[in-house]
Ligand binder design. Structure first.
Ligand SMILES: Cc1ncc(COP(=O)(O)O)c(C=O)c1O
Ligand SMILES: N[C@@H](CCCC[NH3+])C(=O)O
Length: 447
């Protein structure tokens, strides 16, 4: 259990860099969130543009000799794609929808890569026509499909082969992706990865760049990356000796963890870069192979800390637990429709009172949403001032990654807007959904 912290202050490393409290009111990007809610309503995602850009830049600058692709699945909008382009990163998309955002943003297609374990023929055709920089193939079916697409379109495609390195990453089971028994990639151990490389080499119009390994997400320990890099580089060596080909590149994926609570201690990009580069250099020397050109795909570590969600409290209920302790259930005007991560991954978040000072003694609170679901929890445990009351605003930090992008319309909830703040100015970059948006898809079909 975390210790209560001063409710009138912020645990700064959990918040975006411009977040501060002034007389109990949370400000981000120079905008008081109480003013933002007065104008735009709640709940709302608040995106600190300067922080998002700075994190993107920090990865680009630390991983100097690498290509850095921002993983748009974490959070993508036209504005975010433009910022990523301006900061000099590439963009990883994994669906036609994400590709559309990149296109609408005018993102340079040569710096876009397309992922996915079941891309449609339509998605592959569009990617090839648009000239995306690389397609990461994930199955034998897809290699055949892509080869047919490039033949029909008369345009080549640069290809990476997604591999599973057989690593048990230390993270939630649902977001680990390098163990053998799951849907992504070609197993190195079984020989499928080598066979996939052979088929790509044999396919006219497919240019092989190299293997791609993503071991999972919200990982703090570089040991998993080390084991994966070793196994993937061993594949490079096998491809050279058995197939007589050189793979010029290698992608080590994303997965870099962030601090959701004071229990988390993430590494800075510079340290990650130094560790990963040392591992690759050491292993290449041992195998006697040339170092491939490297790339990575951070998503969460760029978008996650740059956003917070602001909610209004609707009801407060004290519940007596077995043993006599009391838990205060604080219901807010959003929930699992704007942040599914607590319910899906048992994720931990923190929160703070964002609209006033309070000197009331802390109580153990659980922040819950307004959905018809007992597991609709936003913050499992937090100490909040004991006078927390309807009308108060609560803010949850670290909601930039996999919250808006995984948001749903459960109970016909309207997905909240994303409001970018910078230098005292707030701009809506993704508008709030309306009931008309929901009803527009419900076409009746009664005739
Ligand atoms: C292939 C791939 N690359 C990159 C990412 C981004 O991961 P993260 O947001 O943890 O950096 C993911 C998501 O886990 C992924 O599946
Ligand atoms: N959606 C996951 C991250 C992994 C998704 C990308 N493979 C999360 O919220 O943690």
């Amino acid at each position: 259990m975390r210790e209560p912290s001063d409710p009138n202050d912020l645990v700064t490393h959990l918040w975006s860099s411009t977040a501060r409290k002034s007389d109990g009111v949370l400000e981000v990007g120079g905008v008081a969130l109480s003013d933002l809610v007065a104008e735009h309503g709640s709940p709302a995602y608040v995106l600190d543009e300067a922080d998002f850009r700075a994190r993107a830049r920090a990865f680009r600058d630390a991983f100097v000799d690498y290509d850095v692709f921002y993983a748009g699945k974490a959070f993508l909008s036209i504005a975010a794609a433009r910022w990523i382009a301006e900061e000099g990163l590439g963009l990883d998309v994994c669906s036609g929808g994400e590709l559309s955002v990149a296109e609408r943003a005018g993102f340079p297609m040569a710096r876009v890569e397309l992922h996915g374990n079941n891309k449609t023929v339509g998605e592959l055709e569009r990617a090839v026509r648009l000239g995306v920089g690389r397609v990461v193939v994930d199955s034998f079916d897809e290699i055949e499909r892509l080869a047919a697409v490039v033949a029909r379109e008369g345009r080549p495609a640069r290809v990476m082969v997604r591999v599973t390195a057989g690593v048990e990453a230390h993270t939630h089971e649902y977001i680990a992706t390098a163990h053998e028994d799951q849907k992504f990639g070609f197993s190195i151990t079984s020989g499928d990865a080598l066979e996939a490389v052979r088929r790509v080499l044999d396919a006219p119009g497919l240019e092989l760049l190299g293997p791609h390994s993503h071991i999972g997400s919200q990982i703090f320990d570089s040991a998993g990356f080390e084991v994966a890099a070793k196994r993937v580089l061993a594949l490079h060596a096998r491809v050279a000796t058995e197939l007589g080909a050189t793979m010029p590149q290698m992608d080590l994926g994303g997965g870099f963890g962030i601090a959701y609570t004071t229990q988390d201690d993430p590494a800075e990009p510079a340290r990650l870069a130094a560790e990963m580069s040392a591992i690759v250099a050491h292993e290449c020397r041992a195998l006697g192979i040339a170092e491939p050109h490297l790339s990575i795909e951070p998503g969460r570590a760029i978008a996650g800390p740059a956003m917070c969600t602001i909610y209004e409290v609707g009801t407060v209920k004290a519940v007596r637990l077995d043993g006599g302790a009391v838990r205060t259930y604080v219901s807010v005007d959003g929930g699992m429709s704007d942040n599914i991560r607590t319910a899906l991954y048992d994720a931990d978040y923190s929160c703070t009172l964002a609209s006033r000072v309070s000197d009331a003694p802390p109580v153990l609170a659980r922040v819950v949403g307004k959905h018809c679901e007992a597991g609709d929890i936003v913050v499992k445990d937090e100490f909040l001032p004991g006078d927390v009351a309807p009308g108060d605003l609560l803010a949850v930090p670290g909601t930039g990654a996999y919250c808006r992008s995984m948001a749903s319309n459960y109970n016909h909830a309207l997905r909240p807007p994303v409001i970018a703040v910078r230098d005292g100015v707030a701009r809506v970059v993704v508008r709030r959904e309306t009931e008309d948006d929901l009803l527009a898809t419900d076409v009746g079909g009664l005739e």
